[in-house]
Design a protein around this ligand. Sequence first.
Ligand code: ADP
Length: 475
Amino acid sequence: MKVLFAASEAAPFMKTGGLGDVIGALPKALAETGVDARVIMPLYSSISHDLKSQMKYLGNFEVSISWRKTYCGVFTATVGKVTYYFVDNEQYFDRPKAYGEYDDSERFAFFSKAVLDVINLVNFFPDVIHVNDWQTALLPVYLNAFYRGDARYANIKTVLSIHNIEFQGKYNPIILGSIFGLDVNCRSQLLYDGDINLLKGGIEAADMVTTVSRTYAQEILGPDYSFGLHNILGPRSYKLRGVVNGIDTNTFNPETDEAIYRKYDYSSIRFKSFNKKALQKEMGLPETNDVPVIGMVTRLTSQKGIDLLCEVMNEISDLPIQLIALGTGDSHFESFFYSWEQARHDKIRGYIGFSAQMAQKIYAGADLFLMPSKTEPCGLSQLIAMRYGTIPIVHSVGGLHDTVEAYNPETKTGTGITFQSYNAYDMLDAIRRAVDLFHNKPHWRNIRKNAMSGDYSWEKPAKEYLEIYKEIISK
Ligand code: ADP
């Protein structure tokens, strides 16, 4: 079977969050099962020089959209068993950031259409094109609108994965023709609530829609979590599936992780406390094991539940804990952590920035990992934390509900501490319970062991995706 992933990010080339992790790992896991899995993404100027030097130039052509004919260079690289293709256009991708640019609609329309021409240039006609989020949601629309007449494209199936339904790619309908090059026949597919909505168009056009956990697949059918799209998804729930993400267990492995202070596994978990001390030292916090270190590695946005912290930070700062938060995002949340670091320099650190190295040090050095997300499609941070024996405290929603089982002292099962309703005092109570658990040595040993022995790999999810591909190919 041949599968092409089209995505706006893929680790290690570009990652701004969970999508990058997924596209860096799922194709690899599929390749292990014998699938010819390949990935295509934009050639961002911010990709490291080292990675760029491994790429080979394959050729170029022009992509036609509307009245424009735009240059498209194609490069390739191989990582393990996975072939990557890179779409080069400096006007669109030589930017400081992957997204958040004034012309994102044009940039990713170009990319989505370019992918369909690149498969011709490289002569790789897949059975399935697997697109991801709004950035590539136009691809199934373009495929149906312009390419089906060519026998080589006629039977290609498409899967759209929704990694976060909050981001939909909404634009003024006026640009349907001029920017997207689509005529009135495509208008109804893309139009929603007065906007052109790329994710909505993808949901309609794709053969299958997946999202990244079973609970989130249910949640987005209702108005509370769908950001308006439940009316679109409801009638199409027959083609909606939830597959819980895994993590790359080779990259995220405390036994081999070069970024952490000292490697360990469960049998040498005493070295985890070495990581804790070293982290405290690097952060300038008292080097003590008398209090738990609570870590956070997160985008600083409301979705991630930072509002709850703002509400009860006074109470949290009085608990016998240390708190280390690494993140970037909304400036008022960045200032919030900055001012709490000033106010409680004895126990709170807000490390504002995006640093893969520091993230790993926190996963390894913290005792507890706080993730109070308001909504959470899947969440990868809690999986990474558990793999490192760092106990998650989570709001039991979406993928957090599917992946973190509350610890039960009776049965000694479970891998984390959960709270059910999105409420600051319920979160505070969960933190207090976590602190108690930290001091109860037998239970603390159990929960850590449970967390570290969980299977967070891509093996099982990759098989589920394979079944989905087989299902749509057979139709
Ligand atoms: P989302 O994709 O919604 O941001 P996920 O939990 O699915 O959240 O994935 C987040 C990924 O990004 C994890 O690998 C996490 O470690 C990483 N990450 C988030 N913020 C930072 C940061 N400031 N520095 C380094 N890594 C980060």
